[in-house]
Design a protein around this ligand. Structure first.
Ligand SMILES: NC(=O)C1=CN([C@@H]2O[C@H](COP(=O)(O)OP(=O)(O)OC[C@H]3O[C@@H](n4cnc5c(N)ncnc54)[C@H](O)[C@@H]3O)[C@@H](O)[C@H]2O)C=CC1
Ligand SMILES: O=C([O-])CC(=O)C(=O)O
Length: 356
């Protein structure tokens, strides 16, 4: 027997397809479930996840469905979006969930969104660098950003797809071409580097990771990931061996997971956690909360490079303020020069992909 519910005093049937979920009225008209909710529904932000059926996308969708700041959650993918949507939509939390499958539904997935989180694209296997993903992921990011420029040019974009050092410049070039580029609204997600740095530093110091704050600057690949151990909070110092161990472990955290998964992909669960931590900060900024500061890879004048990850203040327009690097020690100054050399090439590769 099909389930039925009481709606506006009339018996309405929940249509068998939850995609998007409709209430079928007796007169045959369809009442979207989100519209029913609108009266008593909690106010909040509209968030879309692009690549929602993937290894990151699924736990990310689950965690965003649990976020009280989210009122509408759109789940878009080129495969399996209906299943993930049906599953997540049964969670008894406030956000209304709708699923979208494939390019013809991209525009509907994007329209009206405040924040887009993008983990679409292929992950690494052992032996690969993030740059080895460029050939496939560059095209995926271009297509999605072309859609964003048309359907929701004012949304904040959290870009996770690797190689972040190149995909963020790709997104920027697509938006420039479309005349919609706002550098404050495009943020490459480097939060996982900070999450790892907090964890590994806390282990060395014997502290709870929640008490530790490690700025990680530069980019999101190998030597471009530059933890600033001289600026750790609470203030502390490290031996030369500890500094080398921690820097190396933070820079290779992604590879550590890729190797442990042995061909089954890269970090997904810790990434979903980090993505939600970052998205939540973006939403609190959008809401107008003061003092929301996180690291992100953004258009920047902190160095001579056009993009660089540093601490940014998240506000009503996205990255409302970009912080300087602060004092670096000699070890970090050497690391910074190495990071900039690799980063410059990765940024240029992304720009040329669109400008060619
Ligand atoms: N920024 C960061 O710190 C991190 C980035 N990543 C990156 O995130 C990306 C995704 O990783 P996983 O979720 O593990 O991969 P996955 O392969 O499990 O999932 C990717 C999803 O993207 C979807 N997809 C492919 N083309 C699409 C398109 N045109 N539109 C919408 N969706 C599309 C796929 O169908 C799949 O469901 C990879 O590029 C990975 O390297 C992963 C971990 C950390
Ligand atoms: O290492 C990878 O390929 C995925 C990633 O970016 C990370 O885990 O930091």
């Amino acid at each position: 027997m099909e389930p039925s519910v009481e709606a506006n005093g009339r018996i309405a049937r929940i249509s068998a397809h939850l995609f998007p979920p409709n209430l079928q009225m007796e007169d045959g008209s369809a009442l979207r479930r989100a519209d029913c909710r609108a009266k008593g529904g909690a106010p909040g932000f509209k968030v879309a996840i692009l690549g929602a059926a993937g290894g990151i996308g699924q736990p990310l969708a689950m965690l965003m469905k649990m976020n009280p700041l989210v009122s509408v959650l759109h789940l878009y993918d080129v495969v399996n979006a209906p299943g993930v949507t049906a599953d997540i939509s049964h969670m008894d939390t406030g956000a209304v969930v709708r699923g979208f499958l494939g390019q013809p539904q991209l525009e509907s997935a994007l329209t009206g969104m405040d924040l887009l989180i993008i983990p679409a694209g292929v992950p690494r296997k052992p032996g690969m660098t993030r740059d080895d993903l460029f050939n496939i992921n560059a095209g995926i990011v271009r297509t999605l950003c072309e859609g964003i420029a048309k359907a929701c040019p004012k949304a904040i974009v959290n870009l996770i797809s690797n190689p972040v050092n190149s995909t963020v410049p790709i997104a920027a070039e697509v938006f420039k071409k479309a005349g919609t580029y706002d550098p404050k609204r495009l943020l490459g997600v480097t939060m996982l580097d900070v999450v790892r740095a907090n964890t590994f530093v806390a282990e060395v110091l014997g502290l709870d990771p929640r008490e530790v704050d490690v700025p990680v600057v530069g980019g999101h690949a190998g030597v471009t990931i530059l933890p600033l151990l001289s600026q750790v909070k609470p203030p502390c110092s490290f031996t030369k061996e500890e500094t080398e161990y921690l820097t190396n472990r933070i820079q290779n955290g992604g590879t550590e997971v890729v190797e442990a998964k042995a061909g089954a992909g890269s970090a997904t669960l810790s990434m979903a956690y980090a993505a939600v931590k970052f998205a939540d900060a973006c939403l609190r900024g959008l809401r107008g909360d003061a003092g929301v500061v996180e690291c992100a890879f953004v258009a920047s004048e902190v160095t001579e490079l056009p993009f660089f990850a540093t601490k940014v203040r998240l506000g009503r327009n996205g990255a409302d303020e970009i912080y300087q690097l602060g004092p670096l020690n000699e070890y970090e100054r050497v690391g910074l020069e190495k990071a900039k050399r690799e980063l410059a090439a990765s940024i240029q590769k992304g720009v040329s992909f669109i400008k060619k």
